[in-house]
Design a protein around this ligand. Structure first.
Ligand SMILES: NC(=O)c1ccc[n+]([C@@H]2O[C@H](COP(=O)([O-])OP(=O)(O)OC[C@H]3O[C@@H](n4cnc5c(N)ncnc54)[C@H](OP(=O)(O)O)[C@@H]3O)[C@@H](O)[C@H]2O)c1
Length: 335
């Protein structure tokens, strides 16, 4: 088995400091040590993978490297009693695809602690359409509800709504009974977002207040934000009393310039989302909800399926903000 050859999407750094992406052949024995060897059937492309693929050292310190923070497949070797060959499993985040060889490859080898059994109601492909994006959106709603958020309080805004996390957040919130205001910069995403369950689709300027007001008339009762910067500041200013704003992303900016007024005058909660280090026990609870109560009926409508050989083009598109929904890599036939 250790000499089995497989295909992997590999990023290398040359002497000039350029990063080269290429599909290469590797052997199982080249993979890091780990408890569980998994034959990957599907992986998903996330913003973090796109950053890793262009040499962002905040994500991946050492190259050559195989990105891919989300992978689902079948166990073909296990050193631990809780998993056996033939089990269908998924791995999202932890260190997979960051500084551990990731799932843009036909095989991954990982610690057992990272492995989650495939929920009975999901296929391997569906679990990847959810992936880190859905888990992050799910953690957002889970934490908001722990702070008392409920549909009667009013609508919830999703920023970057046509992206991976955004489209999953719109779908999950709608499934959970919330009125969703989807904010997008894409003029063509309206129909897609309405189909996912958005009650209202607004331009991203709607949540980009450039006045110096520390607080605005409340227009929403909560938010899941993937954008950061002034968008996140605006979401805090315009949130109604006791609402929660869950922050996970920085596609616009990592800087947050705000005042304490949303917190001390309206009791707004700012909740941080870190899917990579979210504890296993609560992670399983969120997966249980994603697979059942929050299960999205037509998951496939959120996904574009590509081959390993097409990944490079999708990475470029994602970095330009041009992908819609989730990009899934089919590794059942790795070409
Ligand atoms: N904390 C965590 O655990 C966690 C987990 C997953 C992802 N993230 C972060 O969440 C963010 C989104 O990730 P993703 O995988 O969903 O990425 P994605 O699929 O590329 O989606 C990002 C979306 O943001 C919008 N956007 C792009 N550039 C923008 C800009 N300059 N200003 C405002 N909006 C912009 C676009 O949507 P519209 O065209 O609809 O506006 C785009 O589709 C990233 O920052 C990622 O690192 C964090």
């Amino acid at each position: 088995m250790e000499d089995t050859i497989f295909k992997a999407f590999r990023v290398t750094e040359n002497e000039k400091g350029d990063f080269i992406k290429k599909i290469v052949e590797r052997k199982i024995k080249d993979l890091p040590e780990g408890d569980v060897l998994i034959k990957v059937h599907y992986a998903a492309l996330n913003y973090k993978d796109a950053l890793s693929a262009i040499g962002n050292k905040g994500v991946t310190k050492q190259y050559p490297h195989t990105p891919g923070i989300d992978g689902a497949g079948t166990i073909v070797g296990s050193k631990v009693p809780q998993f056996k060959s033939g089990d269908q499993v998924l791995v999202t985040s932890y260190d997979l695809g960051m500084n551990t060889d990731g799932a843009f490859a036909e095989y991954i080898r990982v610690p057992a602690a990272w492995v989650i059994r495939l929920p009975a109601t999901l296929s391997l492909k569906e679990s990847m359409i959810i992936g880190t994006a859905g888990l992050t959106a799910g953690i957002g709603l889970y934490k908001m509800e722990r702070m008392g958020q409920n549909p009667e309080q009013g609508p919830v805004v999703v920023s970057g709504a046509s992206g991976g996390v955004g489209s999953m957040a719109v779908s999950i919130l709608a499934k959970a009974g919330y009125r969703v205001i989807a904010s997008t910069g894409s003029s063509s995403a309206g129909e897609f977002l309405k189909k996912l369950g958005a009650s209202e689709v607004v331009d991203r300027d709607f949540i980009n207040d450039d006045s110096s007001r520390p607080i605005m008339r409340p227009k929403w009762a909560g938010a899941i934000d993937t954008v950061g910067g002034n968008t996140l500041a605006t979401l805090l200013k315009g949130c109604s009393s006791e609402g929660s704003v869950a922050a996970c992303g920085l596609v616009s900016s990592p800087i947050l310039s705000t005042t304490v007024f949303p917190f001390i005058l309206k009791g707004v909660n700012l909740l941080g989302l870190d899917s990579a280090n979210f504890p296993k026990e609560t992670r399983l609870e969120v997966w249980e909800k994603l697979a059942n109560d929050w299960r999205i009926e037509d998951l496939e409508s959120l996904a574009t399926i590509c081959q390993l050989s097409e990944l490079d083009a999708y990475i470029d598109a994602m970095l330009k903000g041009e992908t819609k929904g989730r990009v899934i890599v089919n590794l059942e036939t790795a070409i």
